[in-house]
Design a protein. Structure first.
Length: 128
């Protein structure tokens, strides 16, 4: 039996009807991706929801950019996703320090509150 049930993201047709459903861990992962990839101020009537993590990837690579993204991701998950306990946020880039990266990968490790399962989610932002 699933404890969390909702619509799958992206919105799509399911095998038994429309829309497709997502449950438990899949639903939580989809919510985390939406929180991180939605820009703060992008949602009407909820301007504080979302993060600025994507915008930081256009800055020079280095410790300040990595710290900004980690802090942004930590803050948005802690504030808006009570179904998880955040363990760590790791940021990796695909190029050397000093220039803007074409891709940044954010790896999030967390524990699902209802079942104690350890989960890992990687989100790649940026170019090809």
């Amino acid at each position: 039996m699933s404890l969390y049930i909702g619509f799958a993201f992206p919105f799509q047709k399911g095998t038994t009807g429309f829309p497709a459903q997502a449950t438990d861990n899949d639903l939580i992962q989809q919510a985390l991706v939406q929180l991180i990839m939605t820009g703060r101020g992008e949602r009407i009537m909820r301007p504080d929801v979302g993060s600025n993590a994507y915008g930081f990837i256009f800055q020079s690579v280095g410790a300040p950019m990595v710290t900004l993204i980690q802090t942004e991701v930590r803050n948005v998950i802690t504030k808006y996703e009570p179904r998880v306990v955040l363990q760590s946020v790791q940021v990796t880039t695909n190029n050397s320090a000093g220039s803007a990266p074409s891709q940044v990968t954010v790896t999030i490790k967390y524990v699902v509150v209802i079942n104690g399962q350890n989960q890992t989610l990687s989100i790649t932002m940026g170019g090809p």
